[in-house]
Ligand binder design. Sequence first.
Ligand SMILES: *Cc1c(COP(=O)(O)O)cnc(C)c1O
Length: 386
Amino acid sequence: MIPYGKQNISKEDIESVVKVLNSDFLTQGPQVPLFEKAVSGYCGSEYSVAVNSATSALHISCLALGLQEGDLLWTSPNSFVASANCALYCGAKVDFVDIDPLTYNISVEELEKKLINAKLDDKLPKIVIPVHFAGQSCDMKKIKSLGDEYGFSIIEDASHAIGSHYLDKAVGGCQYSDIAVFSFHPVKIITTAEGGIATTNSNELAQKMDLYRSHGITRDEALMRGKSDGSWYYQQISLGFNYRMTELQAALGISQLNRLDDFVSKRHVLKKRYDKLLERLPLIKPYQSLSCYSALHLYPIKLDLAKNFPNNREQIFNALRENDIGVNVHYIPIHLQPYYKNLGFKYGDFPNTELYYENVLTLPLFAHMTFKQQDKIVSALTNILL
Ligand SMILES: *Cc1c(COP(=O)(O)O)cnc(C)c1O
């Protein structure tokens, strides 16, 4: 089966992990701070806080921004459930903003409309999480100006977007947000097996996230209440978690980061090739905004189901799977998950997201996919659609 996404592990990656296994520290050693420094250097952020997943990074980001019971968080329904769950972890309520039919990212027009109404009802969100779907940045400049106007904080869910650029700057530099979050799950652009990181330019937010990832415990006397009892002493000053990244993961991350630009440019070669090879087929290829250079996490095609008659999406999906092509669907709208339906959401709430979902297929795309594999995918799809 050609998977829709796959990691690439080099000899250097393996050696860097083995080196850590033979060292003094498997956790809480020098590798995590080195990885954080490397990610900050790459993205142009002041600080980075590495954790065991992007889900954890989203959680501690919300906590650091003070999200709590009675608060509201808005995000895109066209995302993985973690983008919304982080609000619920904090006891806050979640709501969604429909997507732009061109980019499949959160629609800034819809966002603005919803903010105007929310202001009248005194129900403004405390945090908005734009998700850079497939690696393409949201319209952050506009979202930031709405944030300034309506007083919400911004966490970029950049799980798909390490290596992406927006207005010629690396995503993660937080020019237009408080915090950006990356995922290092193996299907993403670079991997640490499991892992994630939050970048920020705020010392205060970085310090809070650092506490939340490790039990709320500090050994820094400046942060303690009262005086230290001695050099063995630590204090728990907030309720944190164990969300720490291991030294093995960080070493793998450092080694992977060295190849990030190469991974992204390989994805671009394959993307251009897809664009060309799919030209004759009745489908809509992913749109690329001129203000963004995408890391191209996904290659979602929108089927024209009227033209593809009598094949429906499920038949096309199954036929490709039978040909060992690991097509996928990104995403099942979050608000249509049973858990979210129980919270009151229903079909019809976000029509652009629902229409997109009903027509989309994600074709395999990963840095080391071969042209031969790609040709096999295109020829299978052509046989089904033409
Ligand atoms: C993968 C992903 C996450 C969660 O990442 P983990 O590292 O697996 O926790 C969150 N949001 C989006 C958009 C993702 O694609």
